[in-house]
Design a binder for this molecule. Sequence first.
Ligand SMILES: NC(=O)c1ccc[n+]([C@@H]2O[C@H](COP(=O)([O-])OP(=O)(O)OC[C@H]3O[C@@H](n4cnc5c(N)ncnc54)[C@H](O)[C@@H]3O)[C@@H](O)[C@H]2O)c1
Length: 337
Amino acid sequence: MNDQKTKILITGVAGLLGAHFSRHLLDKGYDVVGIDNLSGGYADYMDKRLIVEENFYDIDLADKNALEKIFSEHKPEYVYHFAAYAAEGLSPFIRNFNYTNNLICSVNVINACITHGTKKIIFTSSMAVYGHGTPPFKENQTPSPADPYGIAKYAVEMDLKQAYEQFGLNYSIVRPHNVIGIYQNIWDKYRNVIGIWIRNALAGDPILVYGDGTQKRAFSDIAFYLEAFEKLMEGFDEEIFNLGADREYDLNTIAALVQKIGIEHGHNAEIKHVEGRMEVKDAYCDHGKAKKLLDFKDNTDIESTIREMFAWAQQQPKRESKQMEYEVEKNMYSFWK
Ligand SMILES: NC(=O)c1ccc[n+]([C@@H]2O[C@H](COP(=O)([O-])OP(=O)(O)OC[C@H]3O[C@@H](n4cnc5c(N)ncnc54)[C@H](O)[C@@H]3O)[C@@H](O)[C@H]2O)c1
């Protein structure tokens, strides 16, 4: 139990990482304040304690005045900046939105941390910064992002370094990849592949695999991130850590697994292959640094996590899958038209 009541601000508190990590911190006795504009997460994903204690703010991080008020009132010692719209494949079609939401909004958070003397900011970047590099990706590899989402993440990483050098704002960077678990947004048309397939299966739609399905990804259960995130509060300043699973699967294997679990729940969805997307073929990371320094252990049992997500998804209200406003329609994939 933490008697100090350290005050921690989490942006993106209604999303997958925020919903799990805020519960983890509240259970440990930390004082948690959350921000989310509910664009990608849902109010009922959040821990009720945040609402009861009036520690949740439904604001957009683009709103500098609102952010300033929250920092003035709460003076958070630590900030976990999770809020973003993480849709790599879509990001070339929503460039302006991508850079506004993922880069400029992050800059607003960094400015507030500098102004209010925040001890440290922990930023979730992404494996997307490695782009077309050769996997397994290592933290010391020079980033080479292949899409605007990865470019925005890398720009924030560089901005944090500058803010540290000029203003002494401490930071740690996490590059997670393919995190799964309950409280994932399974209604988004553009991201969270396992969530999309669970939604497809529940709706009686085909499980759509982009391309030939041989692209490889390593999925990890959010449960294994929480201790490592917490450890980043003290020490590991100016360090970057890959976090995620070591074991990669091709997407055909995962689609077959979702199909099998769907059948067990009475939903028999066919698997259908459609045109490929512009995406990195094989993307997975080396986690040696996090294992050594953070004692990070990923023990994801992919089948049981998907089973848990499926059972949870069945209990969820039917939510709308919204179409984004495209800024560029050239070369748009047929499945997103
Ligand atoms: N989940 C993954 O596999 C993964 C992988 C790599 C990186 N990341 C990064 O980790 C972070 C959290 O990811 P997640 O999976 O929890 O995503 P998520 O979409 O589930 O959660 C993000 C939350 O941020 C909120 N948000 C977005 N823009 C906002 C804004 N302008 N103002 C206020 N709130 C805003 C959304 O409403 C959402 O609830 C993101 O930065 C993401 O880029 C996630």
